[in-house]
Write a protein that binds this ligand. Sequence first.
Ligand SMILES: C[S@@+](CC[C@H](N)C(=O)[O-])C[C@H]1O[C@@H](n2cnc3c(N)ncnc32)[C@H](O)[C@@H]1O
Length: 390
Amino acid sequence: MDLDAFTALLTPRGREALAEAQELVGADPVAAATRLRRTHDAALTSAALTQARLRERAKAKFGADAGRMFFTPHGLEQATRAEVAAHRARRLGAAPGPRVADACCGVGGDLLALARAGCAVDAVDTDPLSVAVARANAEALGVADRVTVRVGDAAEVRPEAYDVLFADPARRTSRGRTFDPLAYSPSWPVVLGLLGRARVGCVKVAPGIPYEFIPDDAEAEWVSYKGEVKEATLWTGRPPEGARRATLLPGGHTLTATGARAATGPVGRYVYEPDGAAVRAHLVGEVAELVRGWLPDPMIAYISGDEPVDTPWATRYEIQHVLPFSLKRLRAALRERGVGNAVIKKRGSAVDIERLRADLRLSGDRTAVVILTRVSDKPTVLICDPSPPA
Ligand SMILES: C[S@@+](CC[C@H](N)C(=O)[O-])C[C@H]1O[C@@H](n2cnc3c(N)ncnc32)[C@H](O)[C@@H]1O
């Protein structure tokens, strides 16, 4: 999709074509194109069908708003999920109507959440199409009066002129997704420069960001959504500096470092699998404290305990059997239990799960959770009941 095709979609004729295309989502693509071509030219037909498909896909991130918004394929992929953006915006928007600079807004996932939280946002992006899409989205969601969007480079943003500097650098290169902050765009030195001059700074980064990249004066927050770690956010200019935080959405639970250190001990009655946000934030000791548990292996983030503690921070499994790792013994143990369906998890194990599943040749009508791990550094398997109902 190019800027001309997108601009055509915003005309009354374009909006008509898009409405018709949305009615045809799910229909045979050739039939849908033939139908639209009766009244629209080829370029508008193609733009409308593409946009309708993107809106459909965007429902997973933007819910009902997706039906009114506009996207590009990359813009949608890179956009922050609405619930995650809203959480961040709530944390920023607590002060009355802060003025925020969004240094690389994309199609506007964060920009829109910030505006909805009451912030006034000036946004830039180097890509003219993303700028046009973000602007159209601000209009579509009724927040255009609180937002400006223009083509510009993050390096030229003046954080001093704002209450808050927000940046969500692109983590894609021509070779795909990157986990290296030095490959971000705008570049990591530019982002750090902006943070250094901002009163309050907030930067979204990949959850796997190496700790050495986190500035000493930042609070780092890892966010998971429905059990999947989505991102980390670095906050500067607000206490507590140097803190680590994990947040679970949609519940909104949050956990901060207390310095709790988990003891090590033998495998008990239960194993707890901590949420990935707590693991990334190095808060396993804090979770162990919550469940009154300990670590069977000091280097691995599985917690064990004897009490069935309910917590949003970990999934609990009741252990049925503990055995040293051996394909033959594991196969025999699962056969004996009639396990035909195994949910296989691993930490601290190099075993290829899909290959193991094939080699186990499971049969039976029972389900078990099979955890491959190490205990006192020895490869160990925990056969568990599936988690209790939530
Ligand atoms: C991850 S996306 C932003 C997504 C956005 N927060 C959202 O939720 O929709 C990053 C954006 O940075 C833009 N970008 C890359 N380098 C830039 C630079 N030097 N200055 C401004 N924008 C830049 C890209 O065009 C891309 O749209």
